[in-house]
Ligand binder design. Structure first.
Ligand code: TMP
Length: 210
């Protein structure tokens, strides 16, 4: 058993994960926890390179299964090189996206299917599921209008998908909540930022007994 705690944050585009993660990280540090903050795809040089290949707006010819395999490859390297050592050292690992993104985006929205995506990802993670997953739920039209207003945010290949794709992502996440009710908790990200953060902090405090 590893000693740390592995928390992932999930959700569609414009759910406000990044700003909420800043506030969650601060709360954990104030409570005396040492935190390793990271993201997927990326978090280490090899995985950041894979990220730029996947999300390059010019890579419109990328096959959906190639995309799925690249996400799983980035995940594997990031897990082995960064997440597992941090957990072993007793840190709280706060990760922006993990396996559920692949299940929702590639498995459901791209239509490859949950089972196939689960199979390649179980190969990648070897059973190391998060201890807790916060799912930020936002209406896709609200989320997309937030990211289009945000000039500082990099636009990527998946942002450019149509609204129907993002609606399917939302449905994919709904299926994930049904499949993993002990691990995944939902947060209503249509609320004000302060309320979203308050809900997220309450969930984490319950789980970590802070
Ligand atoms: P980000 O915008 O949250 O940094 O994530 C990058 C994009 O990659 C986002 O559109 C979600 C997508 N993604 C997948 O499609 N599958 C995955 O497994 C991961 C981790 C991200």
């Amino acid at each position: 058993m590893t000693k740390g705690c592995f928390i992932t944050v999930e959700g569609g585009e414009g759910a406000g994960k990044t700003s909420a993660l800043d506030a969650i990280e601060e709360m954990l540090r104030e409570n005396g926890r040492s935190v390793v903050r990271t993201r997927e795809p990326g978090g280490i040089p090899i995985a950041e390179q894979i990220r730029s290949i996947i999300l390059d707006v010019d890579h419109t010819r990328m096959d959906p299964r190639t995309e799925a395999l690249l996400y799983a490859a980035a995940r594997r390297q990031h897990l082995v090189e960064k997440v597992l050592p941090a957990l072993e050292a007793g840190h709280v690992v706060l990760c922006d996206r993990f396996i559920d993104s692949s299940l929702a985006y590639q498995g459901y929205a791209r239509g490859i299917g949950f089972e196939d995506i689960l199979a390649i990802n179980e190969f990648a993670i070897e059973g190391r599921y998060p201890d807790l997953t916060l799912l930020f739920r936002v209406d896709p039209d609200v989320g997309l209008s937030r990211i289009h207003r945000d000039q500082s945010r990099e636009q990527n290949r998946l942002d450019q998908e149509a609204l129907t794709f993002h609606q399917k992502v939302k449905e994919g996440y709904e299926r994930i909540v049904e499949t993993y009710p002990e691990r995944v908790v939902e947060i209503d990200a249509n609320q004000s930022f302060d309320q979203v953060v308050a809900d997220a902090v309450r969930m984490i405090k319950q789980r970590l007994s802070l």
